[in-house]
Design a protein around this ligand. Structure first.
Ligand code: F6R
Ligand code: ZN
Length: 195
C-alpha cells in the first residue's frame, strides 16, 4: 500500500529527524574483518562493542516506483589508523543509483565497480554525491570530532548486497595520517580476476 504525500524536517546539524520509524544501528561486531588492523579491532572490541553508525528511515514498500530515503550518521573514531565507516554494499539490483547530500561533518564516499574501477568523493555540508548504477559505496567519517550526517535517496526496490564487500573488501581504504585523510591500497582486496 502506498503512502499519502508527506513532508518532514531535517536540519543541517546532527539532530535526529523527527519523522522516522526504522532505526538501524551498526556496532563494531557487525564489522568484523572489515578493518585492516585486526589487533586494534580486538583491543577496542574487548572493552566495548562501540556504535559506529546509525540509519534513520521512514518505512516504505520495497517496490519499484518508491524512493527510499533517510539520514545516515557515522560517528567519529578510528580502528587503528582507519576511520569509522559503514559496511558498504552494492545494490542487489546492481543497476540502481543513489544520491547523498551531506548535512553535517566531513567525510568521503568510497565507490567501486565490480570490475575494480574506483572513486573517492569528498563530503562536507552542502556536497552532493551521485553514486551511479553498478557502483558499490561506503561512507567514511574523516573528522574525529563530529558526526558525518547525510541524507540519501535511492529506488526502494534496490536491495543490498553486503556479501560481495565482506568477501572482497574495497580496493581503497581511508586512513588518518597526522590529522589528514589518505587513500591507500587495501592489501586484502581481492581483484575481479581472482574471485
Ligand atoms: C542505502 C544506502 C545508505 C546506507 C547507510 C549505511 O542504499 O546506501 O542508506 O545503507 O549509509 O550503510 P550500509 O548499508 O553499507 O551499512
Ligand atoms: Zn546504497
Amino acid at each position: 500500500m502506498s503512502n499519502r504525500p508527506f513532508s518532514f524536517q531535517i536540519s543541517e546539524t546532527d539532530e535526529i529527524p523527527l519523522r522516522c520509524d526504522n532505526h538501524i544501528t551498526r556496532h563494531l561486531s557487525d564489522m568484523r574483518g572489515q578493518f585492516l588492523d585486526q589487533r586494534a579491532y580486538d583491543a577496542i572490541h574487548s572493552k566495548d562493542d562501540v556504535l559506529l553508525y546509525e540509519v534513520y528511515e521512514i518505512k516504505l514498500p520495497e517496490v519499484e516506483g518508491e524512493l527510499q530515503h533517510g539520514i545516515s550518521v557515522v560517528h567519529p573514531g578510528k580502528v587503528g589508523c582507519e576511520y569509522f565507516m559503514t559496511k558498504g554494499h552494492f545494490h542487489k539490483v546492481l543497476n540502481t543509483a543513489e544520491v547523498y547530500y551531506c548535512l553535517h561533518g566531513e567525510g568521503v564516499m568510497v565507490m567501486e565497480t565490480p570490475e575494480g574501477d574506483w572513486s573517492v568523493e569528498e563530503m562536507h555540508p552542502g556536497a552532493v554525491v551521485y553514486v551511479p548504477p553498478r557502483w558499490g559505496h561506503r561512507s567514511v567519517n574523516t573528522n574525529l570530532h563530529s558526526n558525518l550526517v547525510m541524507f540519501f535517496v535511492y529506488p526502494a526496490n534496490a536491495g543490498h548486497d553486503y556479501i560481495s564487500i565482506e568477501q572482497q573488501g574495497f580496493r581503497k581504504l581511508i586512513v588518518d595520517r597526522e590529522g589528514r585523510y589518505e587513500i591507500i591500497d587495501n592489501p586484502n582486496w581481492i581483484s575481479p580476476d581472482m574471485r
